[in-house]
Ligand binder design. Structure first.
Ligand SMILES: NC(=O)c1ccc[n+]([C@@H]2O[C@H](COP(=O)([O-])OP(=O)(O)OC[C@H]3O[C@@H](n4cnc5c(N)ncnc54)[C@H](O)[C@@H]3O)[C@@H](O)[C@H]2O)c1
Ligand SMILES: [Zn+2]
Length: 341
């Protein structure tokens, strides 16, 4: 937490802090015990949960900043998971045309993914991240002690995204990630690896800040993962995002094998990670058409009768925009189901 310490000592303007109700109860007392200056910073606590990532909540943040006399030279400290860092970053990016913000990540997903990269925003009209802005935080800190209170679903969600990032950016990290029992019980180690994932994401984002091309590698596992996530939601059996992503990574390995470019980890990944931990309702015969429809609806995919995937080769090199025809996608779903999913 060196960067936070240094900001607290030299704020270069006034500091404001926003968080949400769960983090306020579970994490803020720990943080205040470590950094006593934090208790004196004006704080707004908003309700927790994705349903509060709205323009009305953003307005509440703007009004609170205004009432407290915040200016463009001040800094908003956003403490929480991805929901909080998304809305906090957005409120800061737009208040008086942009004040600085910093993120203190308290979930594994935020630490490894959501709190870095500069995408901020809120949901609207049922569309996720419908309104937002690209705005880089001044810095992000990972507060690993917070992971001790994370519910299991949140833990697995972050873990799924960490697997993805390691696969595309640093395959050498995988052996440590493929020991989930050891890893998920060790908050300090999780914090270390999540920070490494965040650095990998930043490296990729910096090469393509507005998502024109190379950043697409971050969608590894997400074409099938998003479709499966939506399907499970429609069945009334929602699964955590990162769990669906882990299945998407497995599915990507099936296709990489079918195309003869990769997938050598397929069975070890299935046995060590997906089968024991990443539980989802099974895909049924009647689900193929819906899954394909959802993959086609994915905004990154164009071309009739084909779906574009990111595939990882055995050399650790991701291939982006690989077109796969519908018949091959269906055959890959067959293999995925034959593996016991
Ligand atoms: N900006 C990006 O690049 C990006 C990338 C991925 C995801 N996201 C966004 O991130 C959000 C999902 O992130 P998330 O899973 O962190 O969501 P979240 O912030 O809603 O946190 C999940 C749950 O964990 C609770 N929580 C947070 N910290 C805790 C702690 N230390 N102990 C116990 N409970 C805690 C929260 O109150 C909430 O109930 C979504 O809104 C998604 O759109 C953004
Ligand atoms: Zn994701």
């Amino acid at each position: 937490m060196e960067k936070l310490k240094s900001l607290l000592r030299n704020p270069g303007g006034r500091l404001f802090l926003i968080t949400e109700e769960n983090v306020d109860v579970l994490v803020m007392p720990l943080l205040e015990a470590e950094e006593e200056e934090i208790a004196a910073i004006p704080r707004l606590v908003i309700p927790a949960g994705e349903e509060n990532k709205t323009i009305e909540r953003a307005q509440q943040i703007w009004e609170w900043l205004l009432e407290n006399g915040a200016s463009r030279s001040d800094t908003l400290i956003c403490v929480g998971g991805g929901m909080l860092t998304d809305i906090g970053g957005f409120a800061a990016a737009t208040f008086k045309r942009g004040m600085r913000h910093v993120n203190i990540a308290t979930t594994l997903l935020a630490a490894a993914d959501a709190s870095v990269g500069g995408k901020t925003g809120v949901n609207m009209g049922g569309v996720k991240n419908c309104v937002g802005a690209f705005s880089m935080p001044l810095f992000t800190e990972v507060y690993a002690p917070a992971f001790a209170t994370l519910p299991e679903a949140e833990m697995l969600s972050g873990y799924g995204e960490m697997l993805k990032t390691a696969m595309i950016g640093e395959p050498g990290m995988l052996p440590r990630l493929l020991e989930p029992e050891t890893l998920l019980a060790d908050t300090a180690l999780l914090g270390e690896i999540a920070s490494e994932c965040a650095r990998i994401k930043m490296r990729i984002v910096e090469s393509d800040p507005f998502e024109k091309g190379p950043r697409k590698v971050l969608n590894l596992g997400h074409t099938f993962g998003h479709a499966l996530e939506s399907l499970c939601m429609e069945k009334g059996r929602p699964v955590p995002h990162g769990v669906a992503v882990a299945h998407g990574l497995l599915f990507m390995m099936v296709m990489a094998r079918m195309k003869g470019v990769g997938g050598s980890m397929l069975y070890s990944f299935a046995d060590r990670v997906v089968k024991p931990l990443m539980k989802v309702p099974p895909v049924m015969c009647g689900d193929y058409a819906r899954l394909l429809g959802l993959m086609h609806a994915d905004k990154k995919n164009d071309g009739p009768g084909e779906v574009k995937f990111v595939l990882l080769t055995d050399a650790g090199e991701p291939l982006i925009d690989v077109p796969v025809d519908d018949a091959t996608v269906e055959a890959a779903i067959d293999i995925y189901r034959d593996m016991g999913f």
